[in-house]
Design a protein around this ligand. Structure first.
Ligand code: GLV
Length: 311
């Protein structure tokens, strides 16, 4: 089989895949155009449209990330070619830690203590116990379900939400529009781990933000498009004085890098990180890529992406 690799570290991936798949010919998008056109499989993260348009012989695509939004929105994505994506692949654990950090930030009042430090103010707040700090996790896919389970094990009551009914130990699962409203009305922190699809775009908007209890906080290690930014800024209010929304810890943005002109950069109650919540360990990702390529080649059944659903 001939596999074309395209991501930020194509050489490293080419070598690692070649070592694990001696039967395959692995090349990168730096190969001559005639070679690229021969590719049976593409293993890629955010391939450019110009590359996809050349790949006329593709039998399968392995998305080198969990989110398939960039791939599905690519105008040159060939129709009917099956797509496999990374599932968890070691990302859920660091994303869970990112969420833990965000939760403790608000539950232990680090945001307030930081502001007090600037004012040299020594004042202790009454601690709200974790057991009294319900957390909502929107999205219960491979990553969302694992993160929800991690933070439930930490002692937070966890409510999870996804489109269709789901059961998870120790998580109160909700689904559908009514389920979303029920969840929003009772959580102190809301965590976003949904895929970016036409249905989830701006799921956090003026209406849904208004359903959150006064003083709730938002943690988004998912996708930037889930949030209507104007509505977020409105709910936060402009100053250091806590608004209806207490604060937001954000790792994902509709445009990345976040433009220098974004008002989010300087908002005193917004914490920004550069899409670093879930780095993918090479070894785990390689295992999944190699088994996907072997299964494609052997014609074995594979869990593929549903382009209609967007994940
Ligand atoms: C990263 O954002 C991913 O989707 O893997």
């Amino acid at each position: 089989m001939k596999v074309l690799v395209h991501n930020d570290e194509p050489k490293r991936w080419q070598e690692a895949l070649a070592a694990r798949l001696p039967e395959a010919e692995i090349f990168t998008s730096a190969a001559p155009a005639a070679k690229r056109r021969e590719a049976d499989y593409l293993a890629a993260w955010k391939p450019p449209a110009s590359l996809l348009s050349e790949l006329v012989a593709l039998k399968g695509i392995v998305n080198l990330g969990a989110g398939v939004d960039a791939l599905l929105n690519n105008p040159e994505l060939p129709a009917g070619v099956p797509i496999v994506k990374l599932r968890d692949a070691g990302m859920a654990e660091p994303i869970g830690d990112y969420v833990r950090y965000g939760l403790l930030h608000f539950q232990r009042d680090f945001d307030r203590y930081r502001r007090q430090q600037h004012a040299r103010e020594w004042r202790e707040h009454t601690m709200c116990d974790k057991a009294d700090w319900p957390v909502g996790v929107l999205g219960l896919g491979a990553i969302g379900a694992r993160v929800a389970t991690m933070i439930a094990a930490d002692g937070f009551p966890v409510h999870g939400w996804c489109r269709s009914p789901k059961r998870l130990d120790d998580i109160t699962c909700h689904h559908g529009d009514n389920g979303l409203e029920a969840l929003l009305s009772q959580v102190k922190s809301l965590v976003l781990l949904l895929p970016d699809t036409p249905v989830t775009r701006h799921i956090i908007n003026a209406r849904t933000l208004a359903l959150l209890p006064e003083g709730a906080s938002l943690i988004n290690p998912g996708r930037g498009t889930l949030i209507d930014e104007a509505a977020l800024l409105d709910a936060l209010g402009a100053s250091t004085v806590e608004g209806r929304l207490r604060g937001a810890v954000l790792d994902a943005f509709p445009e990345e890098p976040l433009p220098e002109t974004s008002p989010l950069w300087s908002h005193p109650r917004v914490w920004i990180t550069p899409h670093m919540a879930g780095p993918t360990p090479l070894e785990v990702a390689l295992d999944q890529v190699v088994s996907a390529l072997r299964a494609f080649e052997a014609g074995e059944p594979l869990e593929t992406v549903d382009p209609g659903a967007g994940y």
